[in-house]
Write a protein that binds this ligand. Structure first.
Ligand SMILES: *Cc1c(COP(=O)(O)O)cnc(C)c1O
Length: 382
């Protein structure tokens, strides 16, 4: 199988080193960047930021979008605006990229790790409900964790590799228990549940435009929301909380310099113009891989769940054991075809190892078996 896999990858992506996901700049990138330089608007003021925000709001069918300097900043801002305070707890996945947990920690809060579903790799509504039933009580209008006596102040599920989790069910549970919901949609731009774009199920959704994501601005992020007040607050605190004035500098609360520079937004505008095309091509690649792995009984090509549509950001195969996974990773990477295991569980990292978790049975199972395979938009084919 290993040799055939290399052959298939080379058929799609050619003979040189094949990364997991590389960006493609085949649109108006140069034109828009040139515009920024010619007009001198390269930094924190400029028309491209607003334009990019409007394009993302339209694409995701959200009412508002606020650009940030990266996805982590978007998460930090959103978690703070959801009301998370020092000493609180926020429920999230152990199977995620470290930014999700770091953003919780920046607010002075600590993560609680709840298990994922095997068929979505995202937060499990059943595990969430079970955790709350066993641990949470309402006291004086607040939701308290009986084990730690701390407030449970938020829930941040993540749509792993672009595959939507059971977000409607999670949203219903959060509403029932009164927990603010923020979706980490860093990996799921272009992913839907029924016809609703991910990020529209809670208070806010947070995107990343890092170099490896579906579209990139070099570095960048975005908060999407359907709540006008939150959008205004997000814009305010990500731009140093400066009060509008012709020449005076007055800031009315502790703010952040989290704004996206105009240069990055220019890149973003050009990338959004190509997004539908990227998604179409990524769907074709995913089909090729799905057909390829059809013949291998002991390898499961991951497809997500019914009534969801993935953006196919990173294709996933699930190996039958850790040993086989490690052999495969070693072989493919030595041949110049990049493959990668999923992240180490957050609950095993030094800074989060003492946070409460629910046993994380599925997360542990997936951690040992999941492999990402090359998933870029083809760059040597039309
Ligand atoms: C990429 C990513 C982020 C944000 O990353 P930045 O590099 O800060 O833009 C957050 N969460 C997840 C799950 C991600 O994959």
């Amino acid at each position: 199988m290993y040799e055939d896999f290399i052959k298939e990858a080379r058929k799609i992506y050619g003979s040189s080193f094949i990364p997991l996901h590389r960006p493609v700049f085949e649109g108006n990138e140069r034109v828009y960047l040139e515009e920024c330089i010619e007009t001198n608007f390269v930094s924190s003021v400029g028309a491209k930021v607003t334009e990019f925000e409007e394009m993302i709001a339209e694409f995701t069918n959200s009412k508002f979008a606020v650009a940030t300097v990266n996805g982590t900043a978007a998460l930090h801002t959103s978690i703070q605006l959801a009301g998370v305070k020092h000493g609180d707890e926020v429920i999230t996945q152990s199977l995620t990229f470290v930014a999700t947990c770091n953003a919780i920690a920046y607010c002075g809060a600590s993560p609680i790790f709840v298990d994922v579903d095997l068929d979505t790799m995202g937060l499990s509504p059943n595990a969430l409900e079970k955790f709350l039933n066993e641990n949470a009580v309402h006291k004086k209008g607040e939701l308290i964790n009986k084990k730690t006596n701390k407030r449970i102040a938020g829930c941040v599920p993540m749509h792993t590799f672009g595959f939507p989790c059971r977000i409607k069910e999670i949203s219903d549970i959060c509403i029932k228990w009164g927990i603010p919901l923020i979706e980490d949609i860093a990996e799921s731009l272009g992913s839907y549940v029924h016809d609703t774009h991910t990020g529209n199920f809670g208070k806010m959704g947070t995107l990343s435009f890092n170099g490896n994501k579906v579209i990139t601005t070099g570095g960048g992020g975005m908060i999407i929301t359907n709540d006008e007040e939150l959008a205004i607050r997000a814009k305010h605190i990500t731009t140093t909380s400066k009060m509008p004035h012709e020449y005076e500098f007055v800031h009315d609360e502790v703010g952040y310099n989290y704004r996206m520079p105009n240069l990055n937004a220019a890149l973003g505008c050009a990338q959004v113009e190509q997004l539908s095309d990227f998604l179409k091509k990524k769907d074709e690649i995913s089909q090729i891989w799905r057909n390829f792995f059809h013949d291998y009984e002991d390898i499961n090509f991951f497809t997500g769940i019914e009534n969801t549509k993935s953006n196919n950001w990173l294709n996933v195969i699930i190996m039958s054991s850790k040993k086989i996974r490690d052999d495969f990773l070693k072989f493919t990477n030595s041949k110049g075809v990049m493959t990668r295991p999923i992240w180490k569980l957050m609950s095993n990292l030094e800074m989060y190892k003492n946070c409460q978790n629910d046993g994380l049975e599925n997360s542990i199972w997936l951690e040992e078996r999941v492999v990402n395979i090359p998933s870029s938009v083809p760059f040597n084919l039309e």
